[in-house]
Design a protein around this ligand. Structure first.
Ligand code: CTP
Ligand code: MG
Length: 221
């Protein structure tokens, strides 16, 4: 089964507030993008990688891949306005003969090899997708615009979902047809009627959103 990875790195990083897009903010000595790219490239499960860069940053992304010796990178394309748009740009580069696709956020740099293995396993059993997730430790409330609590969600069965997310290529391609939006790919597959399995995630997959998250990740490099 040939596995292609789409590394989505095209966001602006508004909450991080750096001068450049988040993927090019420094994590240690290198741009943030370097760490997840190197890990996907070195994964025993991944055959090929597509990098989705911020528009205008394709060239620096290609140079970075060369500098890292990331020989599995097959394409580097510009992303879209939304995350789903960026995944669409990435999957357009994945050939028909690929069996599975992994979609990973560049903003989750500390990608463990074991999680890649865990999300791919359910595809062999016929699932339409698999996502890593952790149980939500806090009580979650929906809050209205004035700050008033609208409802308290029962915490039982609530999971915080991470990436990488794995899908049979054609399942994700179909879910992305049209211009549906979702904050993760599994949401699109679910909306199209797909069965998605949750597997154990990893605290190391915390998403870098703010400067504090970047410092946390740098300390763990
Ligand atoms: N992403 C993308 N294309 C977009 C938006 C997001 O490829 N149009 C990617 C980001 O680069 C990131 C992942 O999706 O790797 C998760 O998005 P998020 O953490 O929200 O990153 P940003 O959108 O860059 O950050 P912000 O929302 O603070 O602007
Ligand atoms: Mg965003």
């Amino acid at each position: 089964m040939s596995v292609w990875a789409i590394l989505v790195a095209a966001g602006r990083g508004e909450r991080l507030g750096a001068d450049q897009p988040k993927a090019f903010a420094k994590l240690g000595d290198l741009p943030l993008l370097a760490e997840p790219l190197r890990r996907l490239d070195e994964s025993a499960w991944v055959d090929a990688v597509v990098v989705v860069a911020p528009p205008g940053w394709e060239e620096p992304a290609i140079l970075l891949a060369e500098e890292l010796g990331a020989g599995k990178v097959r394409a580097c394309v510009a992303g879209g306005e939304t995350r789903a748009g960026s995944v669409r740009a990435g999957i357009a580069e994945v050939p028909g003969e690929a069996a599975a696709v992994l979609v990973h956020d560049a903003a989750r740099p500390l990608l463990p090899e074991a999680v890649i293995e865990r999300v791919l396993a359910p595809l062999v059993e016929g699932w339409d997708g698999a996502v890593p997730a952790l149980p939500v430790p806090d009580t979650v409330k929906r809050v209205g615009p004035e700050g008033g609590v609208v409802e308290t969600l029962p915490r039982d069965g609530l999971w915080a979902v991470q990436t990488p997310q794995a899908f049979p290529v054609e399942v994700l391609r179909r879910a992305l047809a049209g211009d549906a939006q979702a904050t993760d790919c599994a949401g699109l597959v679910e909306a199209a009627g797909g069965r998605v399995k949750v597997v154990p995630g990893d605290p190391l997959l915390r998403k870098v959103t703010t400067a504090d998250d970047l410092a946390w990740a740098a300390a763990l490099l």
